[in-house]
Design a protein around this ligand. Structure first.
Ligand code: ATP
Ligand code: MG
Length: 388
């Protein structure tokens, strides 16, 4: 018997057996807080903060009617740096691949817990905002009919507290289904079956560009990427139709640069790997696409502009005595969701200042300011003469 949290006295009897690990090992993971208990109405849920015994971080474990259920974390998707060799090498055991659009938003798993749809983030938290959205956007009968399934998708649009984007024709926030998997094993549905099932419930799905033989796929994808880049969309996912070989991703230069534009505004907050990897991608894409001087110069200019201009903006604003901040917005039906979302961000240690709610029809719009203290302080210090 394991008391995973003595404060609330929630007991996960049999969890070690379910996870196929010794009791002492489970207790150790709980003590080290590698497995953590949720709070409030979801305190019977446990989140994996690290990958343990083949169960990756972000996975969620809970008990339902005396049985355990495991919702596996969404698997990491590796990136093609050069389309041609990556597609041939990665998919060498199959003849054709499906190309789907990679939407730029945030990853959410929706499952039914105690008969209500609940939205879980990549790290395994229950996001109150996304949960309200899942309830309004999705036909809940899916979860009654398929209590054993997990719906994976991207929350996309401007009313987005994590990755707001105006590049899509979305008024508020949409949920784009890109995967359906089984609870427990995490086994994915083959693409055709997944798309059929999702359409039965009228779910919005990621765009399907087609299925191509692996011989022609790199060339087809290059064209798709150029078209997507022109409208500032993010890129594609290249998938095995049977979902046995794991998918890989490939993105547009314009989207890499979009990331850099945002990141260099807050240059002291953003990890260096994040910035560096986006620059390296440009080098490989430029070589593979064998660009002429004019195209290459455009690429160089695009990259340089996305680094220098946002930084200049930041430095100037702070020089004028302003504080820079990341501004996002949310739109809710129920003001209770706002309180829950505030509490959620507080627990995650995210600094956020909420505006007063503004009524729009039967909903409320709120803006959220996330101050970037580190970039503000660093820039301010440099402006006063500090050395790097
Ligand atoms: P990863 O750990 O998977 O590399 P990341 O945080 O680096 O994730 P991304 O570079 O955005 O994220 O790429 C993976 C993410 O893309 C997925 O986690 C998913 O949220 C998102 N995504 C968007 N569209 C799709 C799609 N069609 N199929 C699968 N994933 C998609
Ligand atoms: Mg993403």
């Amino acid at each position: 018997m394991h008391t995973l949290d003595s404060k609330t006295d929630v007991v996960l009897d049999g969890a070690a057996e379910y996870l196929n690990m010794p009791h002492s090992r489970l207790q150790e993971l709980v003590d080290k807080r590698d497995i953590r208990q949720n709070w409030g109405e979801y305190q019977h849920l446990f989140r994996f903060d690290t990958t343990v015994a083949g169960i990756q971080n972000g996975s969620v474990l809970y008990q339902r009617n005396g049985n355990f259920e495991l919702i596996r974390g969404f698997p990491k998707i590796r990136r093609a740096m050069l389309l041609e060799p990556a597609v041939h090498n990665h998919f060498s055991t199959i003849d054709s691949v499906v190309v789907e659009e990679k939407m730029n938003g945030y990853n959410i798993r929706v499952v039914s817990i105690d008969d209500h749809p609940v939205a879980i983030t990549r790290s395994g938290y229950i996001c109150p905002y996304s949960t309200e959205k899942a309830k309004t956007l999705l036909d809940a009968s899916f979860f009654h009919d398929h209590p054993d399934l997990v719906l994976h998708g991207e929350m996309v649009g401007p009313d987005n507290p994590y990755v707001p984007k105006d590049i899509y024709d979305i008024e508020s926030l949409e949920f784009f289904v890109f995967d359906i998997r089984k609870k427990g094993t995490g086994e994915p549905y083959p693409i055709k079956e997944r798309r059929r099932l999702a359409s039965e419930y009228n779910f919005t799905q990621v765009h399907h560009f087609g299925e191509f033989s692996t011989d022609v796929a790199p060339e087809k994808i290059q064209q798709i990427i150029q078209d997507l880049g022109a409208i500032e969309h993010e890129g594609v996912m290249i998938k095995d139709p049977e979902m046995i070989v794991p998918p890989i991703k490939y993105t547009c230069s314009q989207s890499n640069c979009g990331d850099l534009r945002h990141a260099f505004k807050f240059y002291n907050e953003v990890g260096r790997d994040y910035l560096f990897s986006r620059v390296v991608r440009e080098g490989f894409q430029a070589v593979e696409w064998n660009e002429g001087t004019q195209q290459l110069d455009e690429r160089c200019l695009r990259l340089g502009k996305s680094i220098i201009y946002p930084m200049m903006d930041t430095i100037r604003h702070i020089g004028e005595g302003e504080r820079i901040a990341d501004n996002v917005q949310i739109r809710v039906r129920d003001l209770d969701t706002v309180d829950k979302f505030k509490e959620y961000l507080r627990r995650l240690g995210v600094d956020a200042i909420f505006s007063a709610p503004k009524r729009i029809g039967d909903e409320y719009l709120l803006s959220i300011k996330k101050p970037n203290r580190s970039t503000n302080d660093k820039t301010d210090a440099i402006l006063k003469g500090d050395l790097w």
